[in-house]
Design a protein around this ligand. Structure first.
Ligand code: SAM
Length: 276
């Protein structure tokens, strides 16, 4: 990546590749990068304030905008609904299961959670135990995988939606691309990814405390192209307190968005005709 950036101590990097070479450029450094990242979260309390960095108050606007986005994309991807089969989601870097509990479990028959920090995953398992949420006979949290994204490969065509929020910044560019390449296999036909992330104004910002990077929209788009993923829908999060990073939601598909086909057929329909 030829975009520059800086770290949280104000140090500049000419390109992201320079930064990655320094932070994770050989197997030992890479192990260290991931050890530090997970180590940081292992020291954080399993609570809403903990996983939201002291901003538990963003939970409500976050869930509201995520729900509107999910509803819109589901209705466009599955206009006639999905009959005769359970619909299934994966919550990546799920933390204490905040998103599953407040959103995914209401829309999906089965939700799997993937989280490398065991005390977060245990908290999720407790909150999501049958009886602790509505309709638990038809909406269930099924699998709790204690693993990081870079080591995970989903079962083939298990998921309608793979939700990845506020955790992809822990992955190097290389592991970002290989994660999405493996995860694509886990999508059912018509399935999609939702990536919800903080957005840097330009380039990237490296956080030295939890070993994560915040990427710009342009940086993300470069990575999506490397993964051969298409942006089906994109939306800005609204209603967060001043001073936080901007946040975007991307719905990503392996097929070209329909709009492209519509535009092509519109172009065909509008082309000049020879009148005899
Ligand atoms: C800011 S919290 C967000 C949790 C949850 N997605 C939410 O929005 O409530 C970041 C989460 O990413 C997890 N995480 C850290 N490194 C990860 C990795 N390599 N793969 C997957 N998740 C990771 C942390 O353990 C933590 O639960």
């Amino acid at each position: 990546m030829d975009v520059g950036g800086s770290d949280s101590n104000g140090r500049d990097f000419e390109t992201a590749d320079d930064m990655w070479r320094e932070q994770a450029g050989d197997p030992d450094k890479k192990t260290e990068w991931y050890r530090h990242g997970v180590g940081y979260w292992e020291g954080v309390e399993a609570s809403m304030d903990g996983v939201l960095g002291g901003y538990a108050n963003v939970n409500e606007p976050d869930i509201n905008d995520s729900e509107a986005f999910l509803k819109m994309v589901l209705s466009e991807r599955f206009p006639t609904g999905v009959k005769d089969r359970p619909i299934v989601a994966l919550d990546c870097g799920s933390g204490i299961g905040r998103i599953t509990k407040n959103l995914l479990i209401r829309y999906f028959n089965e939700v799997d959670l993937l989280e490398p920090v065991s005390h977060f995953l245990e908290a999720a398992r407790e909150t999501l135990a049958p009886g602790n949420h509505m309709d638990s006979d038809i909406h269930k949290a099924v699998n709790f995988y204690c693993k990081p994204l870079q080591d995970f490969t989903p079962d083939t065509q298990r998921y309608d939606v793979i939700w990845i929020q506020w955790c992809i910044g822990h992955l190097t560019d290389e592991d970002f691309v290989s994660f999405f390449q493996r995860a694509k296999v886990g999508l059912k036909p018509g399935g999609f990814f939702v990536l919800k992330e903080n957005i840097a104004r330009q380039g990237f910002v490296l956080d030295n405390t939890d070993r994560s990077i915040t990427r710009s929209d342009l940086y993300f788009k470069g990575l999506f192209a490397r993964c051969a993923l298409h942006i089906f829908k994109i939306k800005d999060q609204r209603g967060f307190p001043e001073g936080l990073f901007a946040v975007k939601m991307y719905a990503l598909t392996t097929d070209l968005p329909k709009k492209v086909h519509r535009t092509r057929s519109k172009l065909r329909a509008n082309r000049p005709r020879i009148i005899k």
